[in-house]
Ligand binder design. Structure first.
Ligand SMILES: *[C@@H]1O[C@H](CO)[C@@H](O)[C@H](O)[C@H]1NC(C)=O
Length: 347
């Protein structure tokens, strides 16, 4: 293959095009892979959109917990959209090139949304801690404004973290090979391609990801230690169960998410076994974002109830006969849950 180099300027010695090898060693599986990823991606979009729409529409879900959850769903949509559509088009058209700039952009946003996920998951654990261990002050502390501010902080700090590694990587020279052995521009496979000394950038990436992951895990663990201590002190078994059920979904999501990403990132980026890395990164970049809405909608009574109500409303709208009833029942909904309304109204 020809190399795409800009020979006219001396300091720009990087390839201007990269080729994402992706799953090229499994050529006969293309159609199967395309269909599988297409289905998973569609399911991810629909599931996460459903969570966002439900928590906006249903007054029982107008609480800080569902505010954070819907923002997390929104983030999951962004996160998968960074990699999967490009991957699908690569599989479909067979054109697996990506420009150097496109590659850096993809890397930045993947890192950005990934980091924000860690911060948001930690935030959701903190929210559960306040709700369970400090229920009296919870309503007061977690106003709509505070929630918005906390979410905004997660997004902003998430966007700041990848700036340094991305700008350092953009300065590396890539003149030995432009074949990325991965299905998207992830940090480690790109660094591997560089002909420069990559010790410093590997160290930066390793330190940053360790700080993000460990600080987030620490916050989650401390929150859950307090939560478990509080739950153990509740005398009645039903009370215990009720308190635990509100954080069970979050605990499952956190465990899956941390399990896969820790395996992937908290070790020097130069480690070998790229093929194992590919399988694991399919898991955390494609599969886990799909699991989140499933876990939350299967486990939470409130979400199930909201879903049932929404389908009932949809059916009455379809029948055209009772639009007025559904509107009045929607109004009744709005007045039933005062706590929820207070959360929204204070915006
Ligand atoms: C989530 O929060 C970000 C930052 O505050 C905001 O831009 C985005 O619109 C929010 N999304 C949802 C669905 O609430």
């Amino acid at each position: 293959m020809q190399r795409y180099e800009d020979r006219s300027t001396k300091n720009q010695s990087h390839a201007t095009l990269f080729i994402l090898l992706g799953f090229s060693s499994h050529g006969d599986l293309y159609i199967f892979l395309f269909l599988a990823f297409f289905l998973v991606y569609t399911f991810t979009l629909l599931g996460n959109l459903l969570i966002i729409v439900l928590s906006r529409m249903d007054s029982h879900l107008n609480t800080p917990m569902y505010f954070f959850l819907s923002n997390f769903s929104f983030l999951e949509i962004c996160y998968t959209t960074v990699t999967v559509p490009k991957m699908l088009s690569d599989l479909f058209t067979g054109n697996r090139t990506i420009s150097f700039c496109g590659c850096l952009t993809q890397m930045y946003f993947f890192f950005f949304f990934g980091t924000t996920e860690f911060f948001l998951l930690a935030l959701m654990a903190f929210d559960r801690y306040l709700a369970i261990c400090n229920p009296l002050r919870y309503q007061m502390i977690m106003s709509y404004k505070v929630c918005l501010l906390l979410v905004l902080c997660s997004w902003i700090s998430g966007s700041l973290v990848p700036i340094t590694p991305t700008s350092v990587i953009s300065q590396l020279s890539f003149n030995s090979s432009n074949k990325v052995n991965h299905f998207f521009c992830d940090v480690a496979p790109i660094i591997k391609l560089s002909s420069d000394n990559t010790f410093v950038i590997n160290l930066i990436v390793f330190m940053l990801s360790s700080i993000v992951v460990l600080s987030s895990i620490l916050l989650v663990m401390v929150s859950y230690i307090f939560i478990i201590c509080t739950i153990l002190k509740i005398p009645s078994a039903t009370g215990k169960q009720k308190a635990f059920s509100t954080c069970a979904s979050h605990l499952i999501v956190v465990t899956i998410f941390y399990g896969t990403v820790i395996f992937m990132y908290v070790r020097p980026a130069s480690s070998d076994s790229i093929d194992l890395n590919k399988v694991v990164s399919i898991f955390y970049s494609v599969i886990t974002p799909m699991l989140n809405p499933i876990i939350y909608s299967l486990r939470n009574k409130e979400v199930k109830e909201a879903l049932r109500k929404a389908t009932r409303k949809l059916r009455t709208f379809e029948n055209h006969s009772s639009v007025i009833t559904s509107i009045s029942s929607y109004k009744a909904d709005l007045t039933t849950n005062k706590n929820g309304n207070e959360f929204r109204r204070s915006k």
